[in-house]
Design a protein around this ligand. Structure first.
Ligand code: ADP
Ligand code: MG
Length: 324
C-alpha cells in the first residue's frame, strides 16, 4: 500500500470533538480549546524494548500504546481529546499488521472518545510508534505530583501487578497453565486508564496524582520527591487480585511493588477528603484502596518506607528494599 492510500485508510470520516477544526489532510492539525488548560504528552514505543511481537498481537500493540498515553492524561486529571501517531515501519511488517495496529488504537480511541488528528509515516529498521496526546483540564486544575501534603491519605486504584503477572504467564513456561489466564492477559494487553475517576476528583480542591507505568515503588518515590515529603506504604494493604495468589510469594511481591504498566492511579488527598474520594470511586465504578499516608519529616523527605507487620524498610524506586 502506498503512503497516501494508507493515510486515507486510517483517516476518520467524522471527528468526535467539535474542537477539531482541521484533522488529517493538511500540513498540520488545528484544534481549539476555550478557557481550559491544554495538557499534552508524548511517548515512544520501540519493538523489542517496550513490546514484542511474540507476546503481543499488532492490535494489542496499538491498543496499549494509546492506553499508556490516555493514562498520562488521567494522571493529570485531564480529559484526553486527540492524538497524533508517528510511526517507523520496517519492511517485514505487512500492510495488514499495520492496519491492525491502527484498529487497536481506534478501539480504545472510541472507548475514550479521542480523535486521530495527524501523524507521520516513515520506513526504518524496527517498528517505532510514537504517540502525542492532547487533552484539556479546567483552568489551574491539573493534578501534579508535587501536591502531596503531610497527613494525606495515600491511595491506589484497581489492583497491582496484574499486567506483570500476565506477561509472566506469556514468558514463563511454569506459569503457562495457570488459572485466570484470560483475566491476567487482558490486564496486560488491554489496560483500563482511570480517566473517569480522575475527572470525578475535580470536586476535590487538592489531589496529587501519578499513574503506574513502572510500579508502585517507583511512582510513590516520584510523588515523595516531587512533593519533598515522606511517604509510608503498608505492604498488606496493597490491593491484590486473587489471580496473583497462585504465583510464588517472591514473584507476587515483585509484581505488586515493581509490576509495570498496570496504568492504575496512585495519589493522595487530605484525610478530610478521603470519604469524598471513595464516593467518587464508587460513582465511577473504580475500586480504590488506602495503602498509606504522608508525613513531613525533614530527614526522610523524598523517601518512601514500606511496612511489613510493623517492620519498616526503605522502599527504593526500583523496589529493592533495604532494611535500616
Ligand atoms: P507533510 O508532508 O505535510 O508532513 P504527510 O504526507 O506526512 O504531510 O501527511 C499528510 C497528512 O496525513 C497529515 O495530516 C498528517 O498528519 C497525516 N498523517 C501522516 N502519517 C500519518 C500516520 N501514520 N497516522 C496518522 N496520520 C498521519
Ligand atoms: Mg509528514
Amino acid at each position: 500500500m502506498d503512503e497516501f492510500a494508507f493515510i486515507d485508510s486510517i483517516k476518520q470520516t467524522k471527528y468526535r470533538h467539535a474542537s477539531v477544526i482541521k484533522g488529517i489532510g493538511d500540513d498540520a492539525a488545528v484544534f481549539r480549546e476555550n478557557y481550559q488548560d491544554v495538557v499534552t504528552a508524548v511517548d515512544t514505543f520501540v519493538e523489542n524494548v517496550h513490546f514484542s511481537r511474540k507476546t503481543m498481537a499488532p492490535f494489542h500493540i496499538g491498543y496499549r500504546v494509546l492506553a499508556a498515553n490516555i493514562s498520562d492524561m488521567a494522571a493529570m486529571g485531564a480529559t484526553p481529546k486527540s492524538y497524533l501517531i508517528s510511526i517507523v515501519v520496517p519492511k517485514d511488517w505487512t500492510d495488514e499488521e499495520l492496519q491492525e495496529i491502527y484498529q487497536g488504537m481506534n478501539q480504545i480511541a472510541k472507548e475514550y472518545r479521542l480523535d486521530l488528528i495527524g501523524g507521520d509515516t516513515v520506513s526504518g529498521n524496527e517498528l517505532v510508534v510514537s504517540v502525542t496526546i492532547n487533552g484539556a483540564v479546567e483552568k489551574n486544575k491539573a493534578r501534579y505530583r508535587s501536591h502531596v501534603r503531610a497527613g494525606d491519605v495515600l491511595f491506589v486504584t484497581g489492583t497491582l501487578g496484574d499486567s506483570a503477572a500476565g506477561l509472566a504467564v506469556l514468558l514463563r513456561e511454569e506459569f503457562s497453565e495457570f488459572t485466570n489466564k484470560d483475566y491476567l492477559l487482558s490486564r496486560h494487553r488491554q489496560p483500563t486508564p482511570r480517566v473517569e475517576f480522575a475527572k470525578g476528583l475535580a470536586e476535590i480542591d487538592r489531589v496529587a496524582l501519578n499513574d503506574i507505568s513502572d510500579g508502585i515503588a517507583s511512582e510513590a518515590n516520584e510523588l515523595a520527591k516531587a512533593s519533598n515529603i515522606t511517604i509510608h506504604v503498608e505492604k498488606d494493604k496493597l490491593p491484590k487480585h486473587e489471580a496473583l495468589e497462585q504465583f510464588p510469594q517472591e514473584d507476587q511481591l515483585e509484581f505488586l511493588l515493581n509490576g509495570g504498566e498496570d496504568f492504575e492511579l496512585v495519589g493522595t488527598v487530605s484525610e478530610e477528603n478521603w470519604e469524598k474520594a471513595k464516593e467518587i470511586a464508587k460513582k465511577t465504578k473504580t475500586s480504590i484502596t488506602k495503602i498509606g499516608y504522608a508525613t513531613d519529616v525533614n530527614t526522610t523527605n523524598g523517601h518512601v518506607f514500606l511496612y511489613t507487620n510493623g517492620e519498616k524498610e526503605l522502599l527504593k524506586p526500583s523496589g529493592y528494599t533495604h532494611r535500616n
